[in-house]
Design a protein around this ligand. Structure first.
Ligand SMILES: [Fe+2]
Length: 449
């Protein structure tokens, strides 16, 4: 189940995309800082920078580790926790990137004292990549504010004094003396430092944060409008999809009603196909083939599998006994007729993405794995996957339903007949899928469809 905060107020792809692009941008930034840190170390070693290597090296390594950590957490989360590449959607991930990159910057800042730009501008700019809610802003604002005095006192203790602050506080020849630096930290001095150094910077942070918060707010309003629009489009699509499915089911039921007086066969087989497709999506062997989009098409198309029966005479469809070979040959025509009807019908539409599955289901759902089926006697994987799925659903329902010529088989008998059909009637891999969903199939029999 999704976290309540996963996508904030709307469960919408727009916000998800906004979060993902924010994460991508800041990861890229974090990577750039790693390169920068390596460059700084090299330039220091080459003595281009006149900063003590004993300070630059440990702090640059610390900064690099901090910048690199979000990448490790990405891999850790991806491989161990989620086992699929969905990390950039994880709502907490922005804090991981933000916190580590921010502290990496802080480490660099302690070494090189270029805090004015880093402390005031970069953290809110990083935060601005996301669609933040108020509480997030407060966290980032406080983190930034606390850092200002921290950097100042850290600088004093490490011994990289900001000349503007120390100019009038310590004798120039005592700048490198730790106890002299420490001696300035009296309450009075701390107060002076706070007033003259920290406060102006804090005010600058507040001003910049306000500015960026406004930009984020406007960005958020635009996203809200886009999300609202998406919602309307999705609703409209759902309505037309429901209508399409209802028309297909009704059409198929009308044809079925000549045969068994009910549309229940259509609805149950649809349910069986749905169960098989859902299980295939979870299965290692099929999860790359059975995408949600394909599953949706197969499920929606499944009610049309016997649409070709419209061309079969009532005398054959309603015959209570066994069909003669001649009658059976006429019955077989429903597959070819069904394929033709679907082709003619769907080619009238610009979007014919539904055509392929519906066509293959209608034409090939009576093919058998060993090549003894009809109409074309296709064998094994020559038979389209959708038709192999439909075959199991169709036969299972035929077995467990009452027909004019037979009583229903029990659940146990029907299960055993499908298993016995492994490798001759049915695709062995799909029978394995069927075995896993036996209980779900048996629950469908009890449903009043
Ligand atoms: Fe059929």
């Amino acid at each position: 189940m999704k976290s309540k905060r996963d996508l904030y107020s709307y469960d919408d792809i727009v916000y998800e995309q906004a979060e993902i692009s924010g994460n991508k941008f800041n990861l890229l930034y974090s990577f750039a800082m790693i390169i920068l840190s390596v460059g700084v170390v090299l330039l220091t070693v080459l003595k281009v920078f006149r900063v003590s290597i004993t300070i630059v090296l440990p702090i640059s390594i610390l900064a690099m580790i901090l910048f690199i950590l979000p990448f490790f957490i990405l891999i850790f989360h991806d491989k161990i926790i989620k086992k699929n590449p969905s990390l950039l959607k994880w709502w907490r991930y922005k804090y991981v990137i933000y916190v580590f990159t921010y502290f990496g910057l802080l480490a660099i800042d302690l070494t090189f004292s270029f805090h004015a730009v880093i402390l005031i501008v970069i953290p809110p700019l990083m935060a601005a990549q996301y669609r933040f809610i108020k509480r997030d802003w407060i966290i980032i604002f406080i983190t930034t504010i606390i850092t200002i005095p921290l950097v100042l006192y850290g600088s004093i203790l490490i011994g990289i004094p900001d000349l503007n602050i120390f100019k009038n506080m310590i004798e120039p020849d005592k700048l490198n003396d730790f106890s002299s630096r420490l001696s300035i930290l009296t309450t009075k001095r701390c107060f002076e430092i706070f007033i003259h150094y920290c406060l102006p910077r804090i005010l600058a942070v507040i001003a910049i944060d306000f500015l960026i918060a406004e930009i984020v707010k406007r960005n958020r309003e635009m996203l809200d409008k886009q999300a609202e629009l998406n919602k309307k489009i999705n609703l409209q699509m759902k309505k037309s999809n429901d209508l399409q499915n209802a028309v297909i089911e009704e059409l198929a039921s009308v044809i079925e009603s000549r045969d068994i007086n009910t549309g229940a066969h259509v609805r149950r087989t649809k349910k069986y196909v749905e169960i098989l497709c859902n299980e295939m999506m979870k299965n290692d062997k099929y999860k790359d083939i059975m995408t949600p989009d394909l599953a949706h098409k197969i499920i929606s198309a499944s009610p049309l599998h016997d649409i070709g029966k419209i061309a079969v005479s009532d005398l054959i469809l309603l015959k209570p006994g066994k069909l003669t070979p001649e009658e059976f040959n006429k019955m077989k025509i429903h597959t070819i007729k069904g394929g033709e009807l679907i082709e003619d019908f769907f080619k009238q539409f610009e979007d014919d993405s539904f055509l392929k599955e519906a066509y293959e289901i209608a034409l090939y759902h009576h093919e058998k794995w060993d090549g003894t089926g009809y109409p074309d006697g296709l064998k094994e994987k020559q038979i389209p996957l959708v038709a192999r799925i439909m075959a199991i659903a169709d036969v299972y329902d035929a077995l467990t339903s009452k027909r004019v010529y037979k009583e229903p088989y029990t659940k146990e008998e029907a299960y055993n007949i499908i298993i016995a059909g492994t490798g001759n009637h049915f695709d062995p891999d799909l029978v394995e899928i069927f075995k896993k969903v036996r209980n779900e199939f048996e629950e469908v029999i009890n449903l009043k469809l």
